[in-house]
Ligand binder design. Structure first.
Ligand code: ADP
Ligand code: MG
Length: 327
């Protein structure tokens, strides 16, 4: 099947059939470029993420899961700005002869897109080693984007959901030796199907002083936020939302390791000024995920993890992904 037929069959016609036609898309897939309407009272928020086989995902990752993931990681970036996702484009580089694969990939991608009322408005399709790039467009009220650099000393540090489960799932996949029953496990699902915290991110605009999504591991990503804000932190290991399934399978020490250094959780990590913490608790009581207060920002640049008051050293070599650092 040539590129035109692929796009038409698995993207253009499916998008056209979708119930979630957005009125702000004037021209979608099919012309030389897409045309969208943006209201004058908004700012555009734009994120791009590329996933390369062997670097960002394991060869043989199910196509449906990859379709989900390439959208989820971009939704997570938009969420981490406190923005509302609107439209996306998809640049797909594919090896020969993969119509079935594209079929499943497009279902994975469009299912998540529809769930968030995001329109796929264009892209590009080329032949070559498998690689997927999504660009996501979102909007916020002027000035309302939540940046990494807004934290000040004396603010609460929070994380949504539970951390470490995705890394535990990856460890299971890597040790699975073709044991397909493992792929059904909850932890593997958490790795394959990250849930971007889109509604929560939007609700945090106006509450959080700084925010980042946890893609590379809580410790690394939180450190980025703290550095950008020019503050340090005091953090407690016992407040970490490690999950029971990870502890059950790998033990508490390894679960903490996964939580701090594992990555791929796509939870939100954010800071909240003391006077807004009660408002946060009330807002979060209606969310579909929990939030955990894992520590506080302090002046200076030291990041101190403690377990029951004792210094806890985070080994950054503790867990390494198959992901390589960008050159
Ligand atoms: P051009 O030669 O103008 O780049 P293409 O054949 O690449 O045209 O694309 C034709 C139309 O299909 C365009 O509207 C483009 O945005 C869309 N398109 C191409 N590839 C994809 C894709 N992977 N996903 C969604 N839309 C795509
Ligand atoms: Mg093109």
């Amino acid at each position: 099947m040539d590129e035109f037929a692929l796009i038409d069959r698995f993207f253009a016609s499916r998008v056209a059939d979708s119930m979630h036609d957005r009125e702000d898309v004037r021209v979608g897939i099919g012309d030389d470029a897409a045309v969208t309407h943006i209201d004058s009272g908004s700012e555009l928020v734009i994120a791009t993420d590329t996933l390369v086989e062997g670097t960002h995902f394991i060869a043989g990752t199910p196509a449906h899961a990859l379709g989900h993931r390439c959208l989820a990681v971009n939704l997570s970036d938009i969420a981490a700005m406190g923005a509302e996702p609107l439209w996306c484009t998809l640049a797909l580089t594919l090896p020969e002869g993969s119509a079935d694969w594209v079929d499943r990939f497009s279902v994975g991608l469009l299912t998540l897109a529809n769930a968030h009322d995001v329109a796929l408005i264009g892209g590009d399709t080329t032949r070559g080693p498998l690689s997927v790039t999504v660009t996501m467009h979102g909007r916020v009220a002027p000035g309302a984007a939540v940046l990494r650099d807004g934290a000040a000393p004396g603010q609460g540090i929070y994380v949504t959901g539970r951390v470490g489960g995705a890394a535990a799932g990856l460890a299971l996949v890597q040790g699975a030796n073709d044991d397909m029953t493992l792929l059904q496990s909850d932890l593997v699902r958490r790795f394959l199907y990250p849930v971007p915290r889109v509604a929560e991110g939007r609700a945090l605009s106006g509450l959080a002083s700084a925010m980042i999504d946890v893609s590379d591991g809580l410790n690394v990503d939180l450190s980025r936020l703290l550095r950008a804000s020019g503050v340090g932190a005091e953090l407690s290991i016992e407040s970490l939302p490690i999950d029971a399934k990870t502890v059950e399978r790998f033990g508490r020490v390894r679960a903490i390791d996964f939580a701090l250094s594992g990555g791929d959780d796509y939870e939100l990590c954010f800071t909240v000024p003391a006077e807004a913490e009660e408002r946060l608790r009330r807002a979060a009581s209606t969310w579909s995920c929990e939030i955990s207060r894992i520590g506080e920002t302090v002046s200076g640049s030291d990041i101190a993890w403690r377990e029951h008051g004792r210094a806890f050293s985070v080994s950054d070599s503790s867990f390494r992904h198959f992901e390589q650092e960008a050159p």
